[in-house]
Design a protein around this ligand. Structure first.
Ligand code: SF4
Length: 211
């Protein structure tokens, strides 16, 4: 990998992913935080269906912190890991309400102190809510880093730093969305099994097909 190849990869992905943006629905920072925590190991589309119900009942951090945990579990059950996720969003709402006056913190150190918020979630909040350069890495980003030769690691922090060696800070947000959406809609296991690689517009840059 070098910066020239990386720029070419991003330029080509921009032609494939026409509207690179976050696919979670939210109206404010509280809703985005909840949605990102709930999105672990499930699809954004499913999260949007569930948060529509959840936010109609629990509109703000105060109402969610007072929610009976069993009610929250029953609402978010279709997303999986419901007990953990319910515990995390209720505790996150409590801290947001009591320590931050319902305002989502705009810095990494405070964000990761919130229940259920790890490095990836904090970085999503920084780029989406505050346009602060950050590079969230999830399973798609790890897979794409191997496909395009940015990284060989499975460790999200190493992968993040490997991407950052070649991508300009002002492009972090764009690159995150391009890799995530390309991995989600164009380069996933099902499509690869169906033979999608033959017509793939990114195959000249792909380490998998080069092998
Ligand atoms: S050629 Fe196949 S594996 Fe490579 S980027 Fe395209 S879809 Fe993914």
């Amino acid at each position: 990998m070098n910066k020239k190849i990386s720029d070419e990869i991003l330029d080509n992905l921009k032609k494939i992913i026409i509207n690179p943006k976050c696919e979670l629905n939210y109206r404010n920072g509280y809703e985005l935080l909840v949605a990102v925590i709930l999105s672990a190991q499930t699809k954004d589309k499913k999260v949007n269906e569930i948060t529509k119900i959840l936010f109609s009942k629990y509109k703000d951090p105060k109402s969610l912190k007072e929610a009976p945990i069993n009610d929250v579990i029953s609402i978010i059950k279709p997303l999986g890991l419901a007990k953990n996720k319910a515990f995390n969003i209720i505790n996150m709402a409590k801290d947001l309400n009591e320590k931050y006056n319902d305002v989502v913190p705009n810095n990494y150190d405070d964000l990761v102190k919130l229940s259920g918020v790890g490095r990836k979630t904090a970085n999503v909040i920084l780029i989406e809510l505050f346009n602060i350069p950050a590079f969230p890495v999830d399973t798609h980003l790890i897979r794409m880093s191997h496909i395009f030769g940015y990284s060989k690691s499975l460790n999200p922090l190493i992968v993040e730093n490997d991407y950052k060696k070649y991508i300009k800070e002002e492009d972090y947000k764009l690159a995150h969305h391009l890799f995530l959406l390309f991995g989600r809609y164009h380069c996933n296991t099902l499509l690869i099994k169906k033979g999608n690689c033959q017509n793939c517009k990114m195959k000249d840059y792909c380490k998998k097909t080069a092998r």
